[in-house]
Design a protein around this ligand. Structure first.
Ligand code: SAM
Ligand code: SF4
Length: 343
C-alpha cells in the first residue's frame, strides 16, 4: 500500500498521514500513569506498578515533542491526559509554553476533577482552553464504590471551579456499568444541562488493567440512546456525519443543550480518526488499541534533531491500521492499560 501525501492544505505536506489517507492533527499527551482514584473499569484497588521516574519524559522533553508536533507535523489540538494529569506539578508551565507556540494549538485537559478547585484559575491563566471532567454518577455513595474513594463532592466542586474560571464548555465524560450506574443516563444529562455542561457517554472499552471487560456486560450506545430518548427529544446534530469527532452528538429538546455518545466498540469511528498519542514515557501510539509503539524517548535522549524526531513520528503514524477491531473475535487487548496509554 502506498502512502499518498496530500499536495494541498496547510501543514498537510509534512503532516502525520497514514496509508488510508487519514491525517492526525489531534495529539493526546499522557503526563503520568498515576492516579488518585481507582475507578473499577480502569485499574485495580491496589493501583499499578507505576512507571519509574527516569523513564518519564521531563517537562522540557514533553514541550520539545509537542513543539515538533505543532510546528512540523500539523498538530492543531493538544489534549493532556493520563493517569491523572493534574497530579503532574509542571502542568501549568507546560501549558504556558505550548500556548506560546506558533500556530497556537487548542489545549484541553481530561481529568477526574480532583484538584481543579485550586488549579482552574492557574490553568486558565497559563493558556488552557477547556476541560473534560469524568463523572459517572450523581450519587456520592455510588461514586465511592465506583472509584474506591469518597471524593464525589470534590469532583463536583472542581467542575464548578472550571466553569467559573472560563474553561468552557466544560465537557463531562461518563462511563455506564451494568448494575452499577446504568440507570443514571437521563439524570446525568438533566444535571449537566442545568449547569451548562456538555455530557458525553463513553462505551466501556477493553482497556482495564485487570482485563475484566466483557462484551455482554457493556452498556451499548444503543441502550444509552434508548434511555435518553425516553426522557428527552433527541435530534441528530448537523447531518449526523461525524467527521473526525468520536461522539455522535444530539441536540436535546431542540437545543442549545446537547449530548454525545461515544460508541467506540459498537459504532467505531476509525475511518475518520485524527488522533496521535504520546505516552508519559515517550512512546508514540497510532491508536488507543495498537499493540505496537514507537520509541521517541530514546531518539530524543540520544540527541536526535527536530527533523529526525518528526520523521520518526511520521513513520509511526504511517502504519496505523484501518480499524481497532474491538468487536472482532481475534481482538487482543493492548499490553498497556488505558491509564498508562492516556485516555
Ligand atoms: N484520570 C482522568 C479521567 O478520569 O478523566 C484522565 C484519564 S482517564 C483514562 C480518561 C477517560 O477514560 C475517563 O473519562 C475515563 O472515564 C475513561 N476510561 C477509563 N477506563 C475506561 C474504559 N475501560 N472504558 C471506557 N472509558 C474508560
Ligand atoms: Fe484514574 Fe481516570 Fe483511571 Fe479513574 S479513569 S482510575 S480517574 S485514570
Amino acid at each position: 500500500m502506498t502512502v499518498e501525501t496530500p499536495t494541498t492544505g496547510p501543514g498537510l505536506q509534512t503532516g502525520l498521514v497514514d496509508a488510508f489517507g487519514r491525517v492526525a492533527t489531534d495529539l493526546r499527551v499522557s503526563l503520568t500513569d498515576r492516579c488518585n482514584l481507582r475507578c473499577t473499569y480502569c485499574m485495580p484497588a491496589e493501583g499499578l506498578d507505576w512507571l519509574p521516574k527516569p523513564e518519564l519524559l521531563t517537562d522540557a522533553e514533553i514541550v520539545r515533542l509537542i513543539t515538533v508536533a505543532v510546528t512540523r507535523l500539523g498538530v492543531t489540538e493538544v489534549r493532556f491526559t493520563g493517569g491523572e494529569p493534574l497530579m503532574r506539578r509542571g502542568l501549568p508551565g507546560i501549558i504556558e509554553q505550548v500556548a506560546a507556540l506558533e500556530p497556537r494549538p487548542k489545549q484541553s485537559v481530561t481529568t477526574n476533577g480532583l484538584g481543579l478547585t485550586k488549579l482552574a484559575g492557574t490553568l486558565k491563566a497559563a493558556g488552557l482552553d477547556r476541560v473534560n471532567v469524568s463523572l459517572d454518577t450523581l450519587d456520592p455513595a455510588r461514586f465511592h464504590t465506583l472509584t474506591r474513594r469518597d471524593r464525589h463532592h470534590d469532583v463536583v466542586a472542581g467542575m464548578a471551579a472550571a466553569a467559573e474560571a472560563g474553561l468552557t464548555p466544560v465537557k463531562v465524560n461518563a462511563v455506564l456499568m451494568r448494575g452499577v450506574n446504568d440507570d443514571e443516563a437521563p439524570a446525568l444529562l438533566a444535571w449537566c444541562l442545568e449547569r451548562g455542561y456538555e455530557l458525553r457517554f463513553i462505551e466501556q472499552m477493553p482497556l482495564d488493567a485487570q482485563h475484566g471487560w466483557k462484551r455482554e456486560q457493556m452498556v451499548t450506545a444503543e441502550e444509552i440512546l434508548r434511555d435518553l430518548s425516553a426522557a428527552f427529544r433527541l435530534t441528530p446534530e448537523g447531518d449526523t456525519a461525524r467527521g473526525s469527532a468520536p461522539a455522535e452528538r444530539w441536540l436535546v429538546d431542540g437545543g442549545p443543550g446537547r449530548v454525545g455518545v461515544i460508541g467506540t466498540v459498537t459504532r467505531p469511528f476509525c475511518g475518520a480518526c485524527d488522533r496521535t498519542r504520546l505516552t508519559a514515557d515517550g512512546q508514540i501510539r497510532n491508536c488507543l488499541f495498537a499493540r505496537e509503539e514507537s520509541d521517541l524517548r530514546s531518539a530524543l535522549r540520544a540527541g536526535a534533531s527536530d527533523d529526525e524526531l518528526a520523521d520518526r513520528w511520521r513513520a509511526a503514524m504511517a502504519t496505523k491500521k484501518a480499524g481497532a477491531g474491538i468487536d472482532d473475535p481475534t481482538f487482543l487487548q493492548p499490553a498497556r492499560p488505558m491509564s498508562a496509554i492516556g485516555g
